[in-house]
Design a protein around this ligand. Structure first.
Ligand SMILES: *[C@@H]1O[C@H](CO)[C@@H](O)[C@H](O)[C@H]1NC(C)=O
Ligand SMILES: *[C@@H]1O[C@H](CO)[C@@H](O)[C@H](O)[C@H]1NC(C)=O
Ligand SMILES: *[C@@H]1O[C@H](CO)[C@@H](O)[C@H](O)[C@H]1NC(C)=O
Ligand SMILES: *[C@@H]1O[C@H](CO)[C@@H](O)[C@H](O)[C@H]1NC(C)=O
Ligand SMILES: *[C@@H]1O[C@H](CO)[C@@H](O)[C@H](O)[C@H]1NC(C)=O
Ligand SMILES: *[C@@H]1O[C@H](CO)[C@@H](O)[C@H](O)[C@H]1NC(C)=O
Ligand SMILES: *[C@@H]1O[C@H](CO)[C@@H](O)[C@H](O)[C@H]1NC(C)=O
Ligand SMILES: *[C@@H]1O[C@H](CO)[C@@H](O)[C@H](O)[C@H]1NC(C)=O
Ligand SMILES: *[C@@H]1O[C@H](CO)[C@@H](O)[C@H](O)[C@H]1NC(C)=O
Ligand SMILES: *[C@@H]1O[C@H](CO)[C@@H](O)[C@H](O)[C@H]1NC(C)=O
Ligand SMILES: *[C@@H]1O[C@H](CO)[C@@H](O)[C@H](O)[C@H]1NC(C)=O
Ligand SMILES: *[C@@H]1O[C@H](CO)[C@@H](O)[C@H](O)[C@H]1NC(C)=O
Length: 443
């Protein structure tokens, strides 16, 4: 056995207190927090974490023992090979906002950044009773409902990975998006739990549960996600993604997008299936959002852009149970120019999208709004077994401020609409955003 900082004291606690990385037989690096040696004061554990990964990240095991670790600096644990990581304690990220704004690693996409880059080949990361605490409340309060604050970090970014299996990861109060998978192939995230809940008057804005970008062969299975943005989003160049058995609370549901933001980077999203999904009190259920075709270049992170091209093809939303969802089904091709005008300009092509067995209640009188651009009307749109009713109708309550008592299906630019199964009864307006707050009226 080989120990670092091991002083050979007698009592078990003193032994632990003296050791922050214990290197055990079988190339196991067992981590203990510095705070044990410093009367509980929150000394940064990232140097010992880097040391553990440097030693045991190749053909080894890294174990975060059952204590609280203080993460006061950015983590870069990449290039792991044949490594198993076990999280038994709490990773408590510091709330030193000026530090993170200044030091978070760029993830390239949308000028976003991250607190932790994690990746490698043949790697497992298991939450074995432990969790990630992003200390997000500090961010929610400081951010004051802004969108895409530059430098506000993604909790964990899985990058440059092949054969990565993440199981049982729990993220409490993520700082920003909880997980982001990029430049990776064959990444499975199972039993993910994300809960971004604010305890003051500010929302948790942009706390996506899972996002993927430039990655292939992906699985998200058995997740429970509570947050205030996309539950699961397939962003540009996501291919062969299966999302199964996910419960979403209060968020924007299952998303493709946003895509088409950058004219120089076309987005291709193909072969995506979302199945066995529950959304409770969500804003959206099952939707596709693209930027308009005209670039708006007053750039600031995720909030401006457009003019990008590409293709979204072969997407299935199957077996959804929606409860009080404002906009159950949507395609919008101008999601960020809600004031109107340029929906018709989008250069993103959308083909072969199926919604099947989508049931439950809508918050207003809207079931679906499908708006495809004039540039690329959508072929292969299919609805099967859609059964959505206004939550008020199901409760025997009246609908407010509308004379439309049936569910509204808005359609514009669907090719072969008669074969699509979409019971269109309204034209989709070109200014329907992702936040619906009232019933549709007859006009
Ligand atoms: C992260 O660490 C790897 C080495 O393991 C290095 O190649 C890479 O440049 C680092 N990334 C950043 C953003 O510092
Ligand atoms: C931010 O980074 C700059 C340049 O590295 C440095 O001068 C400044 O002190 C940093 N500020 C904080 C709050 O860390
Ligand atoms: C990863 O695992 C696969 C399958 O076991 C193996 O063929 C491959 O060599 C491993 N890669 C590395 C870098 O060890
Ligand atoms: C971690 O420690 C706490 C308190 O000592 C204990 O309740 C819990 O069961 C431990 N968890 C694991 C995975 O050992
Ligand atoms: C999320 O966290 C809040 C606040 O701690 C809690 O009330 C709520 O039950 C949690 N939601 C889920 C689905 O676990
Ligand atoms: C911030 O957003 C939250 C959640 O959407 C909302 O409840 C709150 O009213 C907003 N606060 C302000 C000041 O707009
Ligand atoms: C679905 O996921 C939940 C939450 O992880 C889990 O408890 C449940 O067993 C899963 N259901 C199936 C059929 O696997
Ligand atoms: C997607 O992949 C294509 C190549 O297939 C590339 O040209 C494009 O830049 C990528 N898009 C993004 C957003 O990275
Ligand atoms: C989509 O799936 C089909 C069938 O598995 C496969 O042949 C095709 O290559 C996939 N497309 C992409 C872009 O991965
Ligand atoms: C569509 O994607 C699914 C996976 O989501 C795949 O099984 C199927 O083969 C694909 N179909 C085509 C025509 O590529
Ligand atoms: C990109 O992010 C950095 C901080 O991470 C910020 O200083 C800069 O203003 C951002 N750029 C844009 C165009 O928003
Ligand atoms: C549902 O009914 C309640 C009570 O009558 C009413 O206040 C509310 O506006 C109704 N909601 C809709 C969407 O019509």
């Amino acid at each position: 056995m080989r120990f670092w900082s091991f002083l050979g004291t007698v009592s078990a606690l003193a032994t632990l207190a003296a050791a922050y990385v214990v290197h055990e037989e079988g190339n196991i690096c067992r981590l203990y927090p510095e705070s044990l040696k410093h009367n509980g004061s929150p000394v940064d554990d990232t140097p010992s974490i880097h040391k553990a990964f440097n030693t045991c990240g190749s053909n080894g095991h890294v174990v975060f023992s059952n204590y609280t670790f203080n993460i006061n600096s950015v983590l870069n644990t990449t290039n792991l090979v044949n490594c198993d990581v076990s999280l038994q304690g709490e990773l408590l990220f510091s709330d030193d906002i000026p530090y993170w704004l200044n030091h978070s690693y760029s993830v390239v996409f949308q000028n976003q950044s991250t607190a932790w880059l994690f990746g490698g080949t043949n790697v497992t990361f298991r939450g074995e009773g432990g969790w990630y605490n992003g200390n997000g409340q500090a961010w929610y309060t400081e951010n004051r409902n802004q969108s895409n604050q530059p430098g506000r970090p993604i909790s964990i970014t899985f990058i440059n990975s092949q054969n990565l299996f993440v199981d049982g990861l729990r993220i409490i109060q993520p700082q920003f998006w909880a997980t982001f998978v990029s430049y990776s192939k064959n990444v499975s995230i199972t039993n993910l739990y994300v809960n971004a809940t604010s305890n003051d008057e500010w929302g948790t804005v942009n706390t996506d549960g899972y996002d993927s970008w430039n990655s292939d062969t992906l699985l998200v299975e058995n997740a429970v996600i509570t947050n205030q943005d996309d539950c699961v989003a397939a962003k540009g160049n996501t291919t062969n993604l299966l999302v199964r058995n996910v419960t979403c609370h209060g968020n924007y549901g299952m998303t493709i997008g946003s895509v088409g933001q950058y004219p120089t980077m076309p987005d291709y999203v193909q072969n995506v299936t979302f199945e066995d999904v529950r959304c409770v009190n969500c804003m959206e259920g099952a939707f596709i959002k693209t930027w308009q075709g005209e670039s708006d270049d007053s750039s600031s992170n995720g909030d401006s852009g457009g003019g990008g091209s590409g293709l979204i093809k072969n997407v299935t939303y199957r077996n959804f149970e929606l409860t009080n969802v404002a906009l159950p089904i949507q395609i919008s091709q101008c999601i960020y120019s809600e004031s109107g005008q340029s929906c018709n300009t989008s250069k993103m092509a959308i083909e072969d999208i199926t919604w099947s067995n989508i049931k439950g209640t809508s918050r207003y009188n809207i079931a679906a709004s499908i708006y495809c651009s004039d540039v690329h009307p959508c072929p292969g749109i299919k609805f099967e077994d859609i059964n959505l009713q206004s939550v008020n109708s199901t409760l025997g309550l009246p609908l407010y401020d509308t004379d439309i008592q049936h569910e509204v299906y808005q359609c514009t630019n669907i090719i072969d609409v008669d074969d699509s199964g979409v019971p269109c009864n309204h034209a989709a307006p070109d200014n329907y955003g992702q936040t619906v707050t009232s019933n549709v009226k007859n006009d």
